[in-house]
Design a protein around this ligand. Structure first.
Ligand code: 76R
Length: 248
C-alpha cells in the first residue's frame, strides 16, 4: 500500500448555491420584499460578527450563468453550525423566493507534501491561519470540485509518496506564480460529498482564474490525474450590489 498523505483539517465548509425565483419575487408585495431583504441583511450582519469574533467566515457572491444566482460560502468549526445556518436561512422570508441550486460540503485541508520534515505544523501560526481563513472579499470567486484519477496507469493513489511529492512540488510552484493575484482554498470532501476536493479561488481580476487553471492543465498532476466537475464563477455581492440585484 502506498503511504497516505497526512492532512491537516480546519474549518468545515458549506457552499450553498441558490437561484432566485424571479416570478415569485416580482409577484410579492413590497412589504414582503422589504421583510425578506431586512432578514437577509440581518443574517449577513450576524455572519460578519461571527467572522469578526474569529469563529468562522462567510463569503457572498453572485453567480454568472444559469447554474445559480448566488452562493453563500460558510466556514465554521462544526458541521452542526453549518447545518444550523442552512436551516435558519431556509426559514427566512427571503428563502421562499429562492430555489436550491447546488451545495457542497467539505473541510479546509492542507496536506504535508510540501511540509519541511521534522516540523510540527500545528506550531506554525501561518498554517493555523490557513486552516481557519478569513475568506477574502475580493471581486470574484470561482468554485469547482475535483478528483485525482484512479484508472490503469493513471492511479494517483497507487503512486509512491516520492512520486506524488515531486508532482505536488511542481503544482505548488505554478500556484506560487499567482501569489497576490489568486487566493486558493482547498477543501477536502472525501466522505462528505461527491468529489474528493472543492477548489475555491478568489481574484480581483477574473481572467486570472482562466490563466491559472489553464496553466495547471499542462502540469502533470492536473494533466494526468485531474478530473473536474462543474465550474461556478461570480462577483462579490456588497450591500450595494445586493440592492441592485434585487431591485425591480
Ligand atoms: O499548501 C501549499 O501551498 C503547498 C503547495 C500546495 C499543495 C499541497 C498547493 C499550492 N496546492 C496543494 C494541494 Mn493546489 N490547487 C488545486 C487547484 O485546476 C486544477 O488543475 C487544480 C485545482 C488549483 C487551481 C490550485 C491552486 N491543490 C492541492 C490539492 C490536494 C492534493 C492532494 O492532497 O493530493 C488539490 C486538489 C489542489 C488543487 N495550489 C497551490 C494552487 C495555488 C494557487 C497554490 C500556491 C499557493 C501559494 O503558494 O500561495
Amino acid at each position: 500500500m502506498s503511504e497516505a498523505a497526512q492532512t491537516l483539517e480546519g474549518w468545515y465548509a458549506l457552499h450553498d448555491f441558490r437561484s432566485i425565483d424571479w416570478t415569485a419575487w416580482r409577484l410579492a408585495d413590497a412589504k414582503d420584499r422589504n421583510t425578506a431583504l431586512d432578514e437577509l441583511q440581518s443574517f449577513l450582519k450576524e455572519w460578519q460578527a461571527v467572522e469578526e469574533a474569529g469563529n468562522g467566515s462567510t463569503a457572498f457572491y453572485s453567480i454568472v450563468g444559469q447554474k445559480a444566482d448566488f452562493v453563500f460560502m460558510h466556514l465554521r468549526e462544526t458541521l452542526e453550525e453549518l447545518n444550523a445556518i442552512e436551516t435558519a436561512f431556509n426559514k427566512t422570508t427571503f428563502a421562499q423566493y429562492t430555489i436550491p441550486a447546488h451545495s457542497y460540503v467539505s473541510i479546509v485541508e492542507l496536506s504535508n507534501y510540501m511540509a519541511p520534515p521534522g516540523t510540527d505544523p500545528m506550531q506554525n501560526p501561518d498554517i493555523i491561519a490557513r486552516l481557519k481563513p478569513v475568506l477574502p472579499k475580493w471581486d470574484h470567486i470561482c468554485f469547482y470540485p475535483m478528483n485525482k484519477r484512479r484508472e490503469g496507469n493513471d492511479n494517483w493513489y497507487m503512486l509512491s509518496m516520492d512520486e506524488r511529492k515531486t508532482m505536488m512540488r511542481s503544482h505548488g510552484m505554478i500556484g506560487r506564480g499567482y501569489a497576490g493575484k489568486v487566493k486558493q482554498i482547498i477543501t477536502g470532501s472525501v466522505g462528505f460529498d461527491n468529489w474528493e476536493w472543492g477548489v475555491t479561488l478568489f481574484a480581483n481580476d477574473a481572467l486570472q482564474f482562466k490563466k491559472l487553471v489553464y496553466e495547471m492543465r499542462f502540469d502533470e498532476v492536473s494533466a494526468r490525474f485531474g478530473e473536474f466537475g462543474e465550474f461556478y464563477v461570480g462577483n462579490i455581492l456588497t450591500e450595494e450590489k445586493l440592492g441592485q440585484l434585487l431591485s425591480l
